[in-house]
Design a protein around this ligand. Structure first.
Ligand SMILES: [Zn+2]
Length: 102
């Protein structure tokens, strides 16, 4: 597992955004399964948490080239979101030290 404490700051924010998206998704499942009475409000709140995390990961900018790490163009390469292990523009690997960080 990744240890957020050893990650570069740029990846640390990326990591927590991914955690946020995962947590939002889990909250939505819980809201549906466990809290049917709170249903709508819980689902809405979880949806907001998920969206914030998901968008932050999906629109994360590559520390090497400045392009969108997972996407080529506006949603044209959306299939790459979350799945590309490296920048789709320059091939910079995920979790690697950004250039100039020493
Ligand atoms: Zn790049």
């Amino acid at each position: 597992m990744l240890d957020p404490k050893t990650l570069q700051p740029v990846w640390r924010s990326y990591y927590w955004s991914a955690v946020l998206a995962g947590a939002g998704l889990a909250m939505q499942v819980c809201a549906v399964l466990l809290l049917p009475r709170l249903g709508f409000v819980a689902l809405l709140g979880a949806g907001v948490v998920f969206s914030v995390g998901f968008l932050r990961v999906g629109f994360f900018r590559c520390p090497a080239c400045g392009g969108l790490f997972h996407q080529k163009g506006w949603f044209s390469g959306g299939v790459n979101v979350f799945f590309s292990p490296a920048c789709v523009h320059c091939g910079f690997p995920r979790w690697a030290d950004p250039p100039g960080s020493g």
